[in-house]
Design a protein around this ligand. Structure first.
Ligand code: 13P
Length: 252
């Protein structure tokens, strides 16, 4: 099995004033030396990306966007492109978060286009997949995750997945305090890896598959300890430096 470097990414969502964010970044910077192995990624709202870039430049941490537009530039009022994120030193971008899918109408096809736009700009996509509670209760978890994954794999080809990250985020666990049990998460992570392996064993073996959904310091170790869980995509707990750093250490 590949020796996959864990990734812990913080999705700040639409949170943070300049002052709060500066304090959070200062707190993070102070603790970076306590994290050995895990790759740390911070994804602030667009308007705070320059601040993250300034504060994290020259550290071991990377930063990224939470979304991007598929166009490179032009008359797309309110949008931000991949090359613009790259210009501010972003290495990663979250694609297809469930909030984008449900609140902003992103379809599987749009997610595939965004995935490509990210790679075209030299960004590493963090592709989010996951089922709602009703889908889980209807035993549709694997079907939903397969559909979301296949939308990218079948459009862009499995080779496009080689330099990307997948995040499994059960919608019912996001911001609810209800975490998937380590076994529930592991089952879906194994399914995702298996589905990729059916196309390309090497891509599947190297893929970092992150868990997201009410992950915090108290449950991170047990989750990330599962064989197919390679880190976390953290919402609420990424807004508290010490909590986020404790999750990063758990991923070590
Ligand atoms: P919470 O950690 O707040 O549940 O959010 C998870 C998430 O959506 C990360 O992208």
């Amino acid at each position: 099995m590949a020796n996959r470097q864990p990734i812990v990414a913080g999705n700040w969502k639409m949170n943070g004033s300049q002052a709060e964010s500066a304090a959070l970044l200062t707190g993070l910077k102070k603790g970076l030396g306590t994290v050995n192995k895990a790759k740390i990624v911070v994804c602030p709202p667009f308007i705070l990306v320059p601040l993250a870039a300034k504060e994290l430049a020259g550290t071991t941490a990377a930063w990224g966007g939470q979304n991007l537009d598929t166009h490179k530039s032009g008359a797309f009022t309110g949008e931000v492109s991949g090359p613009m994120l790259k210009d501010f030193g972003c290495s990663y971008v979250i694609i297809g978060h469930s909030e984008r899918r449900t609140l902003f109408g992103e379809t599987d096809a749009m997610v595939a286009e965004k995935f490509k736009a990210a790679q075209d700009a030299g960004l590493i996509p963090i592709l989010c997949v996951g089922e709602t509670l009703s889908e889980r209760e209807a035993n549709q978890t694997e079907a939903v995750v397969a559909r979301q994954l296949d939308a990218v794999v079948n459009t862009l080809g499995i080779a496009a997945l080689a330099n990307s990250v997948v995040a499994y985020e059960p919608v019912w666990a996001i911001g609810t305090g209800k975490t998937a049990s380590p076994q529930q998460a592991q089952d879906v992570h194994r399914f995702i890896r298996g589905r990729l392996a059916a196309k390309d064993a090497k891509v599947a073996d190297g893929m970092r598959i992150l868990y997201g959904g009410s992950m915090k310091a108290a449950n991170a170790k047990e989750l990330i300890g599962q064989p197919d869980i390679d880190g976390g995509l953290i919402g609420g707990a990424s807004l508290v430096a010490d909590e986020f750093l404790a999750i990063c250490r758990a991923a070590d």
